[in-house]
Design a protein around this ligand. Structure first.
Ligand code: AMX
Length: 471
């Protein structure tokens, strides 16, 4: 049966892409080629040979060029600033923030297709952009919505696993565990075990990526309903609805404003170039040819760290702490000032502030603030977030440690979620994870298409390093 499935799959590949080389030749003449096809795989099949050729030529001419110098500080400092990997879907500028394939967040909000006229961009459009570099048409985005809806069923063993986990298991651990065992569905792992040619890797990773993206909202919604709605779960997928709408329906949130928030949320958390913990982890694990399910599950374990994605949970816990500590008294600038200093002096970080690369306010923070100004300008917690924005940067500057005193994406997201009655803070990072899957997988397709090898940087001991620098 497996052999038959694999043969059928190979046959379908050869139909879609008869000859990589001839496609490469036909595209060589037009670099800015934008495909009108609504099938993402066909578009990738057209673009990949072009990019392969471009990189071969680039390496031939500039392979020996130096990109940067590594210092001892960088080696002890978490490899901060070392340019050491290629990541195609997005690039982060310290001053300006993220650009997805060259487009800023406001540009994406303007250009990407929406579900509601004048509304927030659809994550489907962002994924298309991350994969291809092209702003998709509405037809291409609709094709993706239908494609994901049609692949969204969950195998029984994943459902059973989630049903059996005790409620004390953190939602992020549940997400990671479910994605790990979902790799029974990996067409990449099956084909690899049968000796597939490496030229076919990207086709297989593409199939896994599409299936994983289709299934992750059901996993996430199931975790939510098990933990917070006594297991009542309607996993029905509407084949005519977009990815976010189906996700919100499964979560049990019907407010159209919340659904728009989710579309925006799933767009802005998707990708933040390659060096952050979750993206880098998926890249590293994927480079060992672990299948996409294992690679993304590993990324989720990194995202679950409080210095990374868990910060959105931490921010809300911290903000709620302000109210608790004051016992209902007015939150004046003065008491807030003291609360922030108390946090710092007790050896903790102010969650939602600072960044390893950014040196200005995160545009992901700004666009959430704009959403809040439009939809919940009078919300008390939103006002508190605004009050913090006025106080925290000065205090961090005064303390003189953080290189970036400005807020990041996590300073705002929880406040929006709790306004729409999603008050379960421990769950917030799962939403981040559902979105981050898009960025990790768009690169993983390209990593295998470009034949990027096993990632294996060189480490040194302190002794070896001392000898080296003394020479
Ligand atoms: N509050 C208090 N101290 C902070 C701080 C903050 N928000 N941000 C940085 N610092 C401290 C660091 O802990 C470090 O202290 P140390 O010298 O005693 O170890 C010092 O300032 C220098 O750190 P840095 O070079 O400015 O930052 P970094 O690159 O090492 O770390 C980050 C970046 C995000 C981990 C850090 O700013 C932080 O801990 N922020 C709070 C947690 C947070 O919001 N994380 C989410 C980030 C976005 C995301 O990934 N989702």
């Amino acid at each position: 049966f497996i052999m038959f499935k694999t043969m059928a799959f190979r046959k379908s590949i050869s139909k879609v892409l008869p000859n990589l080389q001839s496609a490469g030749r036909s595209l060589a003449a037009s670099r800015s080629y934008v495909s009108a096809s609504s099938n993402l795989k066909d578009v990738l099949a057209e673009k990949i040979p072009e990019k392969q050729k471009e990189i071969i030529e680039f390496k031939k001419e500039f392979g020996g060029a130096k990109v940067g110098d590594v210092s001892v500080d960088m080696m002890y400092g978490g490899m901060r600033g070392i340019k050491g990997m290629v990541w195609e879907p997005s690039v982060l500028d310290p001053e300006e923030g993220i650009r997805f394939r060259g487009y800023s967040i406001p540009e994406c909000q303007k250009l990407l297709p929406t579900a509601v006229e004048g509304g927030e961009p659809l994550p489907e459009g962002l994924f298309w952009l991350l994969c291809t570099g092209d702003v998709p048409t509405k037809a291409q985005v609709d094709w993706l919505s239908r494609e994901w809806a049609s692949r969204a069923d969950l195998p029984t063993h994943v459902v059973n696993l989630l049903d059996q986990l005790p409620s004390s298991v953190h939602p992020m651990s549940q997400l990671s565990a479910a994605l790990t065992v979902l790799n029974t569905e990996s067409v990449f792992a099956k084909a690899y075990a049968e000796g597939v040619n490496k030229r076919e890797y990207w086709h297989l990773v593409y199939e896994d990526a599409m299936n994983l993206i289709a299934k992750v909202p059901i996993i996430a919604a199931k975790i939510y309903r098990n933990l917070y709605r006594e297991g009542e779960f309607d996993g029905a997928i509407d084949e005519n609805a977009d990815w976010s709408l189906n996700f919100c329906n499964m979560l049990g949130y019907k407010d159209p404003e919340f659904i728009e928030l989710m579309r925006l949320y799933l767009v802005i958390h998707s990708d933040h170039e390659g060096g952050n913990v979750s993206a880098h982890t998926s890249h590293l694990v994927g480079s060992a040819l672990s299948d996409p399910y294992l690679s993304v599950a590993a990324a989720m374990n990194g995202l679950a760290g409080p210095l990374h994605g868990l910060a959105n949970q931490e921010v809300l816990v911290w903000l709620t702490g302000v109210h608790k500590e004051l016992g209902g008294k007015e939150v004046t600038d003065e008491v807030l000032h003291k609360y922030i200093w108390d946090t710092l002096e007790s050896g903790r970080v102010v969650p939602g502030y600072g960044h390893a690369v950014l040196r200005k306010t995160d545009p992901r923070y700004t666009c959430q603030r704009e959403f809040a100004l439009k939809h919940l300008p009078d919300d008390q917690m939103f006002k508190l977030v605004g009050q913090l924005y006025k106080l925290v940067p000065d205090i961090l500057l005064k303390q003189g440690k953080a290189k970036n005193p400005w807020p990041n994406v996590d300073a705002h997201s929880g406040v929006l979620l709790q306004y729409y009655k999603m008050t379960e803070m421990q769950y917030y990072t799962v939403l981040f994870g559902v979105s981050r899957v898009l960025g990790c997988l768009s690169q993983l397709i390209w990593s295998r298409a470009l034949g990027l090898p096993l990632e294996r940087p060189k480490s040194m001991s302190t002794e070896g390093l001392k000898k080296f620098v003394s020479k």
